[in-house]
Design a protein around this ligand. Sequence first.
Ligand code: ADP
Length: 392
Amino acid sequence: VTVLTGASPARRASTPAPTARVGMIGAGQLARMTQQAAIALGVELRVLTEDPEAPAVRAGATPVLGRADDPAGLDALAAGCDVVTFDHELVPAGLLAGLARRATVRPSPAAKAMAQDKLHARRTLRGAGLEVPPFAPCDGAAEVAAFAAEHGWPVVVKARSGGYDGRGVWRADDERDAARICREAEAAGVALLVEAHVDIAAELAVLVARTPSGARAAYPVLETHQRDGICIDVVAPAAVSADQAARATRMAVAIADGFDVAGVLAVELFLTGDRLLVNELALRPHNSGHLTIDACPASQFEQHLRALLDWPLGETGLLAPAAAMVNVLGPPDGSDPARRLTHALAVPGARVHLYAKAARPGRKLGHVTALGATADHALDRARAAAAALAGP
Ligand code: ADP
């Protein structure tokens, strides 16, 4: 484990101390954008990574070179930090619990574990009186069929944990589908749950920040659009009624309070008819909230730092009537969108964010935000710039 502290002892005497030191497990794009916020607040962000050229390190975060599944790496990260938090979820639960006895870890390992296991999360949320899609644990195709007999086909089979961007989510239209999915999951050692296929009118996300002292601040409700289970774009405010937005916000705040969340919590919801079902939780800044960097006085990343450090939370309103964010995915030809940056910059009002990641088809490499008089207006601009980055 190597800790590169940057300043030599001699320089340190005359260099002002950071306002706080935050350790982050992982150094991907979330850490990179957290570093962007840390600069303005005078916070030193230390990131645990094996890659000395990871996106957050390139942005100036202090690298602690080590592994997230190695106690020595975790301890090297935590040493001298006021709080330790997460860019990714790949820390074994036992190690995390140990770390939390030696350092301040936020959000708590218990809250983190609840959110990471979709079955555990569904049970906990339902137990707390929140509506979730009908679900059941699933040990094989017979259980899927029994569930479908009660709730009807199609059903959705999901990996209990480890899935992202639609990987680990399968729609089963009949028993043959179910048998194939269960067989493949068993071969890969993946534990499953099954849930009813929801007739989704809109997918919403609510981001709420909460401090250890119990202060909280919610952002305007976001509407996310996915293709093949992956988030393509996001608009704010969501095109839902004031009552629906208020209910969605109340649910997210109730979850933040109920699970004693510290930091930013993202709650993904399905709107079906006039009902709101909780789909997923993420206890960290979330892809749906990237537009807050350009569209809100305090971005989700700044807010996360404030919340983790128990500092006053920032303003969360929109700076324009509407905002949109479009993800920049690696194009099929494998080329790097960064090569076409100037084409995107030529689109008036578009704000380009690149993550300094190696280009691969379908990989999230950046995003574009635009503000506008309407969500459609903002989305058109952001899409134009994202299309320019994607190439001809
Ligand atoms: P991930 O962990 O990959 O984000 P999600 O549980 O959010 O997985 O599912 C990905 C997408 O699949 C959702 O955004 C939604 O579009 C669709 N989906 C998930 N669950 C259901 C469901 N029960 N009914 C209908 N569509 C679903």
